[in-house]
Design a binder for this molecule. Structure first.
Ligand SMILES: NC(=O)C1=CN([C@@H]2O[C@H](COP(=O)(O)OP(=O)(O)OC[C@H]3O[C@@H](n4cnc5c(N)ncnc54)[C@H](O)[C@@H]3O)[C@@H](O)[C@H]2O)C=CC1
Ligand SMILES: O=C(CO)COP(=O)(O)O
Length: 305
């Protein structure tokens, strides 16, 4: 049995695909999943977290809720294989998902499942490929077998730093890509933004110990491409609204907002130049106007690529 904590769009989609092949218990804090889909017979929905505590537990809550959930449930989660399914950097600690797991549940195998996939596509059984990262090679092989399905292919790596930073940072760049399109700056500008965004993702991630091939893989470049080019992405749509001066529903999960804040701080501490992330953070926080943000990016010094 697999336990999934969090019945938002992603947790529910994972329950649907995994539940077609094996028993799954899906914990919904409020008792109901967010995606309007039929759950396979082997998926049990519960409002009692204890019932979802299997040997393998997927943590599918938003990034800024992960630390609190881990601390509250540490005693019951310890010793289980814990697979984070969220993308971002924790504002309070600057840690990524596996760092939060290690802090709350030391000794538990900590993994992250990340990469290009919209929950709706996974739930429909469309083909999807994700990265499963864990430092423990044997645990990684076991999880890869357990969590791959006919439609969901998992690629394995031990580079947790690269996998989680790729997934976190691409959301910030997706907001910027949305701003570019929302402000009517055109698709050529978006391609430039994505490329320069990828350069700054690499600068930070490599400085923090990530491997370049992880950044070039599904969890980095793959997810950057998906999220910056599809209006299925909530980060992209949020950016579009910012760029167009339109309203955006505040209840929608937009991970790139808090991640921009956390990463702007990390970049300063590590002396890494991340102008797009800094611009997104300043724009989201209302410290600059849209024309100022665009002007500051266009007036960067001319330099080598
Ligand atoms: N939706 C998607 O297509 C994908 C989402 N992800 C990632 O999955 C993570 C979760 O996102 P979604 O499921 O899309 O969000 P969502 O907004 O659809 O759902 C979030 C769920 O978490 C629950 N939740 C919030 N705080 C909680 C807490 N403290 N304890 C328990 N439950 C809590 C909410 O009730 C809600 O059901 C994010 O980090 C996102 O980046 C990753 C890949 C695809
Ligand atoms: O992470 C995702 C796709 O891989 C989902 O993107 P959004 O959170 O922007 O909707």
């Amino acid at each position: 049995m697999i336990g999934i904590l969090g019945a938002g769009a992603f947790g529910t989609a994972l329950a649907v695909t995994l539940g077609r092949e094996q028993p799954v218990t899906l914990w919904a804090r409020g008792g109901a999943p967010r995606l309007a889909v039929d759950l396979p017979e082997q998926v049990r929905l519960t409002a009692d977290l204890g019932e979802a505590l299997a040997e393998t537990v997927l943590l599918a809550v938003p990034m800024q809720a992960l630390g609190g959930l881990l601390r509250a449930e540490a005693a019951r989660l310890r010793g289980r294989a814990l697979v984070a399914c969220c993308k971002g950097v924790d504002l309070a600690t600057g840690l990524g998902p596996t760092g939060l797991i290690a802090e709350a549940c030391p000794g538990s195998p900590a993994a992250i499942l990340t990469g290009p996939s919209f929950a709706a596509d996974i739930a429909r059984g469309l083909p999807t490929a994700l990265t499963l990262a864990t430092q423990d090679e044997a645990a990684g092989e076991a999880l890869q077998r357990q969590l791959s399905t006919a439609a969901l292919r998992l690629y394995r790596t031990t580079d947790t730093v690269g996998a989680e930073l790729g997934g976190a940072l691409k959301n910030v760049i997706a907001i910027a890509a949305g701003v570019v399109i929302g402000a009517g700056l055109g698709q050529s500008a978006r391609a430039a933004l994505m490329t320069r965004g990828y350069a700054e993702m690499q600068r930070l991630a490599l400085a923090l110990g990530a491997r370049p091939e992880t950044l070039a893989g599904l969890s980095g470049l793959g997810d950057l491409v998906l999220t910056c080019t599809s209006d299925q992405s909530r980060n992209f749509r949020y950016g579009q609204a910012l760029g167009a001066g339109a309203a955006f529903d505040g209840s929608v999960t937009v991970e790139g907002r808090a991640t921009a804040r956390a990463v702007a701080g990390l970049a300063v501490r590590h002396g890494i130049d991340m102008p797009i992330t800094a611009m997104v953070d300043a724009l989201v926080e209302g410290r600059v106007t849209l024309p100022q943000a665009i002007q500051s990016l266009l007036s960067r010094p001319l330099k080598q690529e």
